[in-house]
Ligand binder design. Structure first.
Ligand code: 4NP
Length: 161
């Protein structure tokens, strides 16, 4: 286990920080808690836009998560340049989030910390975590299954660090 003062910091990023990335944060936190590893991590999420600043997770995403036994928490915030300094791993949901985050760091020195979420999925071969915002409830359920898959992959990849 990491000492408390050297927790590994993981930041999930999507566009609005009300659907995909807060769900990833909630799911990953539950997985690390269930694995008895909660003291090893600091987990957060952010959006590339500030449009929903301060808003709780989307009600449709929250409903799908609650049905699966997750506890809803978090408020939307926009990613800042300093997040690239603070966090050890920054996981983006789609190509647009990835390029927006990379563009924040003009020097490129932190680009190595930024990874696409789908690269951690072991049971989905989607090229991105699809944006469920304009779709129906089934889209949210699909996203949650992908997030559970990729979060397991992230946790596995960080074993024994
Ligand atoms: P998210 O979903 O990026 O997964 O939080 C969206 C949230 C808001 C908007 C688009 C996608 N929007 O256009 O406001």
């Amino acid at each position: 286990m990491f000492p408390v003062n050297s927790r590994y910091r993981v930041l999930f990023v999507c566009l609005g920080n009300i659907c995909r990335s807060p769900a990833a944060e909630i799911i990953f936190r539950k997985q690390v808690t269930d694995a008895g590893r909660v003291d090893e991590f600091e987990i957060d999420s952010a959006g590339t836009i500030g449009h929903h600043q301060g808003a709780p997770p989307d009600s449709r995403m929250s409903e799908s998560l609650r049905q699966k036994g997750f506890t809803i928490a978090g408020r939307s915030r926009q990613i800042q340049l300093e997040d690239l300094e603070t966090f050890d791993l920054i996981v983006t949901m789609d190509e647009s989030n990835l390029s927006d985050v990379l563009r924040l760091d003009e020097t490129g020195t932190r680009h190595g910390k930024v990874r696409p979420f789908v690269s951690y999925c072991r049971h989905h071969d989607d090229l991105r975590v699809p944006d469920p915002y304009y779709g129906g409830q089934r889209g949210f359920d699909h996203v949650i299954r992908m997030l559970e898959d990729g979060c397991e992959g992230i946790l596995e990849s960080l074993k024994g660090r």
